[in-house]
Design a protein around this ligand. Structure first.
Ligand SMILES: [Zn+2]
Ligand SMILES: [Zn+2]
Length: 144
């Protein structure tokens, strides 16, 4: 036996937190949180993610079908339009000559106006989202 099992460690911590909340607020409260979270997640278009993460308990509720909330269908339409309009352009990063994917600067909700679009190759696209996640994390922590 060697090595630190990070997944098991995190599961244990999460389970403890869950149990504490359960003791403090009761079963109905926990179920309400779960339902609420699920509904919100579906509306935001995380159906496929939920299905992948929850697997058995997801299929128990929804069967094999992936539920796409109204938002996610609308978003899929905007993304498809964006690919039609901007597809085939090169990456916006100076000097990069790779073919681009469409990135929505202020979110897909804002639409396909040119001010909201950046064309980025796969590598630069991933990099940008990674940087965005990092700065969101810092902001949550109260950093500048
Ligand atoms: Zn993007
Ligand atoms: Zn690039």
């Amino acid at each position: 036996m060697s090595g630190f099992d990070r997944t098991a460690h995190c599961r244990r911590i999460a389970a403890l937190g869950g149990r504490a909340t359960l003791l403090a607020h009761g079963k109905a409260h926990m179920a309400a949180i779960g339902r609420n979270g699920f509904r919100v997640a579906l509306a935001l278009g995380w159906g496929p993610t939920l299905a992948a993460k929850l697997q058995a308990s997801y299929t128990a509720k929804f069967g094999r079908q992936i539920v796409l909330g109204p938002c996610s269908l609308a978003k899929a339409r905007v993304r498809a339009d964006a690919r039609r309009i901007y597809g085939g352009m090169l990456c916006d990063v100076p000097g990069c000559l790779e073919g681009g994917q469409v990135h929505h600067v202020h979110g897909v909700e804002v639409g396909n106006g040119e001010h909201n679009i950046m064309v980025l190759c796969g590598a630069h696209h991933v990099e940008l989202h990674r940087a965005a996640r990092r700065s969101r994390r810092l902001a949550r922590r109260g950093g500048a």
